[in-house]
Design a protein around this ligand. Structure first.
Ligand code: G3I
Length: 344
């Protein structure tokens, strides 16, 4: 059958992010699409600390067990997202002020989760979004309480809990030159300590005109030169204007769900479908050029109706960032991506 996963099977995994309703197979049509098109999955929310470790002495593995079972049933590459992140952190974790207590919490969190899925999960985002856009380290609760050692320590704990699983650092704006330098510095420090890190995840929340293909390419090459795998971990292409970039309007207006901010509330016009297809075309052309460096390309969601971008940074917008539309039908961009392989 013609599908993304079959077309790119000799190149890299093609993944998607799953949330609870998809994991619980609420809609058989959705399950069919997922199992036909994708051979890798990422947990969009359910493995984040607030869900899996809601209280200091309580873990909740109900949905995560279903997630892993789903991946096994469909013979997929299973990725865990994410162990240490400053966001979606339960209150008990975010309020720790003592370093011994934070070290113990980090150890219990990482060891318990990674051991639980040892040999079942193929790769983990160990640390997520620890670097600022200017390349400095984010002042998260982990940095404040433990200093930058929390990063290497997290990788060390994960490696000890499952020596065979691939361990990733994952972040957004990974094509921004200053951030790229900061991430490289951080990864080198981990490596200099002799701690295992296997991969770098470039999230890939991109737009029609940014980042430039050249910057994406520079990053793929630079990260790969560190001797690690590179994956595109959260790919989507927003077709909507960014409120941050909208000049002229006052700030309150910019963040309102008005005509300017939500220009295609019902359907995406054909001319825009073409633009999206062209953007995906140049992106996947680049991925194929560097397929020796890339292990996985994962979309952030299955189809447009459940994309996080419909609620970010303004709630209730209608974005069209993925390859399948709200009716689960393949878009022009889908056929464009497939045609790259048919031409080879
Ligand atoms: O859990 C509550 C639920 O109880 C409540 O009924 C519901 C009502 O809105 O909200 C639920 O929480 C939502 C949560 O996802 C779980 O579904 C939050 O409102 C919502 O803001 C949250 O958004 C997620 C976001 O991370 C949080 O930062 C998105 O779905 C998810 O796609 C997004 O993913 C992140 C990656 O993890 C890291 N990289 C960036 C990426 C996009 O922001």
């Amino acid at each position: 059958t013609v599908s993304l996963k079959n077309a790119f099977s000799g190149d890299f995994y093609i993944g998607t992010a799953l949330d609870e309703s998809q994991i619980e197979e609420k809609d058989p049509k959705v399950t069919k699409l997922i199992s036909t098109e994708f051979n890798a999955i990422t947990s969009e929310n359910i493995m984040k600390s607030m869900f899996v470790h809601p209280e200091k002495d309580k873990f909740n593995f109900e949905t995560t067990d279903k997630y892993v079972a789903f991946g096994k049933k469909h013979k997929m590459f299973i990725h865990g997202h994410t162990l240490i992140w400053h966001s979606q952190l339960p209150k008990w974790f975010s309020e720790i002020k003592d370093s011994a207590e934070m070290n113990a919490a980090l150890e219990n969190h990482i060891t318990t989760i990674v051991k639980k899925y040892k040999g079942q999960i193929d790769s983990w985002d160990v640390v997520n979004e620890a670097v600022n856009d200017d390349g400095s380290l984010r002042k998260s609760v982990f940095l404040k309480v433990l200093g930058e050692d929390f990063i290497a320590k997290s990788f060390q704990l994960a490696a000890a809990a499952d020596p065979k699983v691939d361990l990733y650092y994952n972040d957004y704006s990974m094509t921004n030159p200053a951030k790229r330098e900061g991430v490289i510095r951080m990864v080198k420090k981990i490596q200099e300590k002799g701690v295992k890190i296997d991969g770098i995840g470039m999230q890939g929340h991109w737009h029609l005109d940014s980042p430039k293909i050249e910057e994406i390419e520079k990053s793929i090459i630079a990260y790969s030169n560190l001797g690690v795998k590179v994956s595109i971990t959260e790919l989507d292409v927003s077709v909507l204007p960014s409120p941050y970039g909208l000049q002229g309007a006052d700030v309150s207006q910019r963040f309102e769900n008005n005509e300017k901010m939500n220009p295609y509330p019902k359907t995406l016009p054909d001319s825009m479908q073409v633009k999206l297809a062209q953007r995906y075309n140049e992106i996947f052309k680049l991925f194929l050029k560097h397929k020796d460096k890339i292990s996985r390309v994962t979309f952030w969601g299955v189809n447009d109706s459940q994309s996080w971008l419909n609620n970010f940074p303004i709630r209730g917008r209608t974005d069209y960032p993925l390859l399948f539309d709200t009716n689960l039908e393949p878009k022009k961009a889908y056929y464009q991506v497939l045609s790259l392989k048919q031409k080879e």
